[in-house]
Write a protein that binds this ligand. Structure first.
Ligand code: SF4
Ligand code: SF4
Length: 468
């Protein structure tokens, strides 16, 4: 066991002795887990390809407009002003990922990750349909170029590019929205050079990843994959080989049954692995938890009449010490932290306003005396209207008995999903001014509906000076 441990840690399963890449010809898995993953992938495809078309009250249900720093999640718009909510959401998400990984290992990678789903459940299936299973693919690769080989390669890569093109467009729809995407597709190319370039760029990237780069996205590039070594511990649930039951491995023979373990060294678990590793070597960063090896091994166990689940979901402690999956102290601490963050985030989301305003006294101005009885201050208001309707914003003074004079009209109109600004005077009677700075409350209204209340300072002459 020690020797094999050292040798597999010394090299990458997908790189040969000369440093060249070894192409992984993964055999098509069959079995219960593969079926379940297929069902989930259909659900994923339906959601992925339809969500950009879902609009609520004239705005998309989801939009991740990174260039304009505008995000819509479940129909709620997040502006740059909501950045702290977004930042906290990211922190909460990271804690969730850490907790989830500590408990369930790479369950996400194998079942939900778009990279795995597109690769294994779409592109790989197309490849099986056109070029056949792994053995046929190997033969085709070695075969000299013939009409049949050229046709198969052209068909496969054409379908791959078409799928990549559709994925790229959908991906772009999540960033700019389907309506904008439609304009790019139907408008004059000269007016949408940037958009067309993005479509071609994304299509090229997706095509390259699924046609050539493949498992290396998980084993070399993905930061989440790189973090597995620190996120997992011996109590995390992983796809694991039961070495206590399986070893010593040996070719299947009725005679040897009494002296050897259950592993018949058939290599079926290795042949189906999309990252080309041997799960019998133990936990490896390259394992994406796809369960293909569980299905392959169970098939062999059935054929040889042995108990199933020689490879199964289990923790390392579960395999070595027969311990059940445990909710460890580390997981409890993460859960506590996660709960606190969720509570804070919920409070922020619930108190978040659809119309946000900031009020400042106009810079460089003190106060102005108006006649003998009144003093005025000039203010600037900036408003972010996150709703899908125009908001005529009214301002009222909530205390001190003075009045508001909005410059240019009774209200400040702010267009839907835009920012607006305006200026207004607050006029206070001298008797309300008790100090150099008087705190006042301003109510923001849409019609008679109060949207918000903001406190600010009003500058005025000192009452003593006034009396002199
Ligand atoms: S070792 Fe098994 S679970 Fe891990 S990637 Fe390979 S086939 Fe999938
Ligand atoms: S599929 Fe099962 S029996 Fe065959 S080599 Fe892998 S672990 Fe051993």
């Amino acid at each position: 066991m020690e020797t094999s441990l050292h040798s597999f840690r010394d090299h990458l399963a997908t790189v040969d002795e000369t440093g060249h890449r070894k192409w992984v010809f993964a055999q098509k898995p069959k079995g219960k887990w593969y079926n379940w993953r297929s069902y989930i992938s259909w659900g994923f495809f339906v959601l992925f390809f339809t969500l950009p078309f879902v609009y609520v009250k004239g705005r998309p249900l989801f939009l991740f407009n990174i260039p304009n720093a505008r995000f819509i999640i479940f129909g709620k718009v997040f502006w740059p002003q909501d950045f702290f909510i977004f930042g906290l959401t990211m922190v909460t998400f990271i804690i969730f990922v850490i907790l989830f990984t500590a408990a369930f290992g790479r369950l996400f990678c194998g079942w939900i990750c778009p990279q795995t789903i597109f690769m294994e459940m779409l592109f790989r299936k197309v490849e099986y349909a056109i070029e056949g299973d792994a053995a046929a693919q190997k033969l085709l690769k070695k075969a000299p170029w013939s009409t049949q080989k050229i046709l198969k390669k052209i068909s496969k890569h054409s379908v791959f590019y078409l799928l990549a093109f559709v994925i790229a467009n959908t991906f772009l729809a999540y960033i700019i929205g389907v309506r904008e995407l439609w304009k790019i597709m139907t408008g004059s190319p000269s007016e949408h050079i940037g958009g067309l370039f993005s479509i071609l760029l994304f299509s090229g990237v997706f095509y390259s990843v699924y046609a050539f780069f493949r498992e290396q996205a998980c084993t070399v590039v993905c930061p989440y994959g790189r973090l597995q070594s620190v996120l997992l511990d011996r109590n995390s649930m992983i796809v694991a080989y039961d070495h206590r039951r399986g070893e010593p491995r040996g070719k299947f023979s009725k005679k040897a049954e009494a002296t050897q373990g259950d592993c018949i060294d058939c290599f079926q678990c290795v042949k189906v692995c999309p990252t080309g590793i041997d799960i019998r070597n133990g936990t490896q960063m390259e394992c994406v938890g796809c369960t293909a090896c569980i299905d392959a091994c169970n098939h062999m166990m059935e054929k040889t009449g042995r108990p199933l689940d020689l490879i199964r979901y289990a923790s390392e402690n579960g395999i070595s010490n027969h311990e059940p999956l445990r909710y460890t102290l580390r997981m409890k601490l993460y859960t506590g932290l996660l709960c606190i963050l969720v509570v804070i985030l919920s409070a922020l989301l619930l108190s978040r306003k659809d119309v946000d305003a900031t009020i400042m006294r106009t810079p460089g101005m003190l106060y102005q005396e108006r006649g003998k009885d009144s003093v005025t201050n000039l203010y600037t208001i900036k408003i972010a209207n996150k709703t899908t309707r125009q908001v005529p914003l009214g301002i009222r003074l909530e205390d001190k008995g003075g009045q508001i004079e909005v410059i240019g009209g009774q209200t400040i109109p702010v267009k839907r999903e835009e920012e607006g600004a305006g200026n207004f005077f607050v006029v206070l009677p001298r008797r309300s001014i008790q100090d150099r700075k008087t705190s006042i409350r301003l109510g923001l209204y849409e019609g008679d509906h109060k949207i918000d209340e903001i406190r600010t300072n009003f500058l005025g002459p000192l009452p003593d000076k006034d009396n002199d």
